[in-house]
Design a protein around this ligand. Sequence first.
Ligand code: FE2
Length: 549
Amino acid sequence: MSKRRVSYYYDHDVGAYTYGFGHPMKPHRIKMTHDLVSAYNMLDKMHILRPQRASPEAMSAFHTDEYVHFLTRVTPETAEELTYHGSRFLVGEDNPAFEGLFEFCSISAGGSIGAAHRLTSGASDIAINWAGGLHHAKKREASGFCYINDIVLGILELLRSYPRVLYIDIDCHHGDGVEEAFYTSDRVMTCSFHKFGEYFPGTGTQDDRGRGKGKGYAMNVPLKDGITDESFKSVFEPVIAKILEVFRPSAVILQCGADSLAGDKLGCFNLTMRGHAHCVQFLRKQNIPLILLGGGGYTVKNVARTWTFETACALGIEDEIDPNLPWNEYFEWFGPRYRLEVVENNMEDCNVKDGSLEKVRTTALAQLQALACAPSVGMHDVPSESVGQHLGLSKDEDDLDKQLAQHARYVYHLQESDATSSESDEPESAEDSEDSSSSRRFARNAQRTAVRRAKKRMSLMTNRVFEIASHEDGYYEQGCQTSSKSKRRFFQAAAYWDDTFGEVKLGTRDPRRVLGPKQQTLAEMLESGGRAGEDVNMDDDPEWDEMEN
Ligand code: FE2
């Protein structure tokens, strides 16, 4: 097999971060992988690169400034306050604010951006970043153990030079964050193979195909429990071959989430190490610039085995390496067989049993058949380095880039604000139409968006839907201007003058609305923003509406 120039991104610090005791996501698995790769003497066959850590500006190419700024300053001690009691940015148990969170994100994202740059500069044919692949992260919110979407940032870097990029996701969970980011684009085709049905994140049906210009360019292959190597290959190969034929990507990113392996703690597929790695071998043969990223994977010894083997596949030496593991720092973890293998178990393949695999494959191929040909893109010369560096203005500060990015975000905010306004079913009041201040208009629209925003999320750990508290009160107290008609809830329902005792009492006059089972202290009231106990739903209370008006 012909040689490929392979680059491998690794930062020695990455294995030291921890999501917390008992959390299934273990960054340590990346160090285990690296040690095994090193023990197999693969390091001298690749370009080993330590990624430049991604800056907040680089992350803001996809994420909002506000969210990135939050990540730069959140700590375990300040998380409760900065997330407005778990209602913004980090919701639920999946995404804790662990020590060194931002540095971890900057390593993961820096590797994927660096990998993309390595391909576009022509220095490599294949680039690997096992610390990347965090496909659930959203524009303004963490999700499913992912905080910064390094994949989206990597694709954006590729799009500076390439007209079309194909993203393939073989993690057991749907690649929702990446699909969402490029849902309306025909320059990025996303294709996710995942478990569907009462499973995180609950998205990724075959009816989800993209919108607008992106219609048809989001591909979903929903699967059921227990899929084997043979079944997976029977749908992966024809679908990807057809995509390569009709979409003709200039580069491919393969997210190699390892929770699709047999025996994964959170996964439910039955793939062996070789079945999983077949996807890498298949794509390597296509001779298209390729990025391999990590992702999920919660049985860490199997993650390390598989990503090590896939590194060998990238190098084209998979047939040469010894299946008996060489001595390494974590050798005892790989007992009792100490072999480079992940074997299948006795799970039933539900995809074959009910014939659903055939239907899924047929539907996917029909979707691709409807795509006439690869969309053409009017490309122009794009500097591979930053704009500031390209013009020779600055090498360190990159002020021009910052200003351009800031301008783009300002325009985006206005567009988003206008879109929200036009979607509103409420008629604009006279007062509203007279108000020409864009900041006030933005605040009002943001308020509506906040109120309407879905308050339900799914947990990757439990696959259960949970509700999150509204953050609208905290949001406005933190500096957003409100219109004169904004609701003020601070203290209004939670304190009153008691004539009998001649003093202010905490609570309400109506004994039915006393603050929960226990009386709140002033400090607790301040903490809760002056709201009553959880058992009181003020939105449904006519007396509450009366007080507001
Ligand atoms: Fe996953």
